[in-house]
Design a protein around this ligand. Structure first.
Ligand SMILES: C[S@@+](CC[C@H](N)C(=O)[O-])C[C@H]1O[C@@H](n2cnc3c(N)ncnc32)[C@H](O)[C@@H]1O
Length: 221
């Protein structure tokens, strides 16, 4: 039978991570102090590894927060690649842009204050398509709508990664989700859309709060 790793093993693995920039440690502290949610470092490092493998030229991130995940991914971008990010929150878009300037990556990364589901946000996303790599990490209720948009805009051979798809273990628990039931239902619908989309091969990775990794087959345009 498969057993959950003990917490100390997760702490051990976390302690072995090599941060690509010292600034990322400061961003972790800043995010904690200002209560801005960020992915756990092992998820950020996994994103960085995926970017290193895929070697995307065009990356989209929906929900940048403090730009923690953004800068981890950017650390592995190949020459000439660009990352476009959106965050609907004014203060967070200021924070993420300030961190990108501190990292000296403003030539590669553009983050705009936009809601990804607004007409303006969708137009900005479409204007830069297609993408080789998309990371979705925003409000859960819009995940199904974002599957529709992002699955179209991913290049064949490209990859979509989405965070929080197991949502504290509540996805798949039905009524037990209580006050989170709308978000959990949306995540379930998102996972069903991904699994049933013949253009994609997808897998849920139980890392952090659950990651969906969906790869678009090369044969689908
Ligand atoms: C969990 S935080 C992102 C954390 C970031 N990916 C990291 O790990 O450093 C989620 C962000 O998504 C933004 N957000 C939520 N819904 C959004 C939407 N519909 N469009 C754009 N941004 C959204 C929020 O303002 C918030 O900053």
């Amino acid at each position: 039978m498969w057993e959950q790793l003990p917490e100390r093993a997760v702490r051990y693995a976390r302690a072995q991570l090599t941060y690509p920039l010292p600034l990322l440690r400061e961003i972790e502290e800043q995010a904690k102090a200002q209560k801005v949610p960020i992915v756990p470092p092992e998820v950020a490092a996994f994103l960085c590894t995926l970017v290193r493998l895929v070697r995307p030229q065009q990356v989209l991130e929906i929900g940048c927060g403090a730009a923690f995940s953004t800068l981890w991914m950017a650390a592995a971008l190949p020459p000439g690649a660009r990352l476009y990010g959106l965050d609907r929150d004014y203060n967070r878009s200021l924070m993420s842009n300030a961190n990108i300037r501190l990292a000296g990556r403003q030539d590669k990364i553009t983050i705009e204050q936009k809601d990804a589901t607004s007409e303006d946000g969708k137009a900005a996303i479409r204007a830069r398509a297609p993408y080789d790599f998309i990371f979705i990490d925003c409000e859960k209720r819009v995940y199904p709508e974002l599957w529709g948009l992002c699955s179209e805009l991913t290049r064949p051979g490209g990859i979509i990664v989405a965070d929080n798809v197991l949502f504290r273990g509540l996805v798949g628990e039905g009524a037990a989700a209580g006050r989170n039931s709308r978000g959990v239902a949306a995540l379930q619908e998102f996972l069903d859309l991904a699994r049933n989309d013949v253009r994609y091969t997808s897998q849920i990775i139980p890392l952090g709060d659950g990651l969906l990794v969906a790869i678009k087959e090369d044969t689908h345009g």
